[in-house]
Design a protein around this ligand. Structure first.
Ligand code: 5FU
Length: 266
């Protein structure tokens, strides 16, 4: 019988990238596979939301380009909350350009994502150059990259041979690529890529704009490591209720962990 330590230690050993190990260690420490997608558009509400759900998550996902009053104090405060609550920061930037351009987009501009986001992600579409461009900036800073191998939205073109080519690309860059945004386990046990799955909800099946939701149990059964939940926890920003967000986060944390612990016999 494998112990809880055994399961995580085994997986941690297989990771070449330090941030991949940090994610697994955080999941183990907090007994949470929950990443909250904090898609609020003002600094004050975003930080209050993150402080409210922070105790229940292993990770917080951001879209910094939707924040109207973005400034560098925001990322300083996000880093403080990350240390306070012990979570990893994932900027969901979805880079999609040639290597030279993405290296500039990652390091520079208003957001300087590489300076504060532990993890970011990229489409495999442009070919290996996108990984090389991001790696040039992020590797020395100890960052990790996820490739978008699949998407949760209806009609996604990231399927079949595109998904398989994304896995092959990740295998060529194991020092920096830690896993995938995907709807199911990809790669084999020798790879041990992290699988992060958006499109997770307990109460509704869609949002009327193409998003498709499955339950934490369903995505864990499909082999995910981290469930990404946005509006199912945060509700709408206009009627933001931070106590409700905290209790919903706890509900999703428990549902996810129960399924994960049972699947992996923890
Ligand atoms: F790569 C993806 C994807 O395939 N589906 C997604 O929904 C990313 N997302 C993000 O996860 C999306 O941009 C949102 O930030 C979040 C899902 O939010 P929801 O409120 O749970 O639907």
């Amino acid at each position: 019988q494998r112990t809880e330590m055994g399961y995580f230690e085994q997986r941690i050993c297989l990771q070449q990238n330090k941030m991949a190990r940090t994610v697994l260690e955080t999941v183990q420490r907090k007994q949470s596979i929950l990443c909250v997608s904090a898609d609020f558009t003002t600094k004050d509400k975003l930080l209050k939301l993150v402080d409210a759900v922070g105790p229940h998550v292993c990770m917080i996902k951001t879209h910094v380009d939707i924040i109207s009053d973005f400034d560098h104090d925001l990322v300083t405060q996000l880093a403080t909350l990350s240390a306070k609550h012990d979570f990893v920061i994932f900027e969901d930037r979805k880079f999609a350009d040639i290597g030279n351009t993405v290296s500039l987009q990652y390091s520079s501009g208003v957001h300087r994502i590489a300076d504060w986001s532990h993890i970011t992600n990229a489409h495999a579409l442009p070919g290996d150059g996108i990984v090389n461009g991001l790696k040039k900036v992020g590797l020395d800073k100890g960052r990790g990259l996820l490739l978008l191998a699949e998407m949760s939205s209806a009609g996604s073109l990231a399927v079949g041979s595109y998904t398989q080519a994304s896995v092959d690309m990740a295998r060529r860059h194991k020092d920096f690529v830690i896993g995938f945004i995907a709807q199911r386990k990809l790669g084999d046990s020798d790879d041990d890529f992290l699988i992060l799955t958006p499109g997770v909800g307990l109460d509704v099946k869609g949002d009327g704009m193409g998003q498709q939701y499955r339950t934490p149990q369903e995505v864990v059964d499909a082999g995910t490591d981290v469930t990404i939940v946005g509006r199912g926890i945060t509700g709408s920003e206009a009627t933001a209720d931070f106590d409700k967000a905290a209790s919903e986060a706890l509900r999703y944390k428990q549902a996810g962990w129960e399924a994960f612990a049972s699947r992996h016999k923890l």
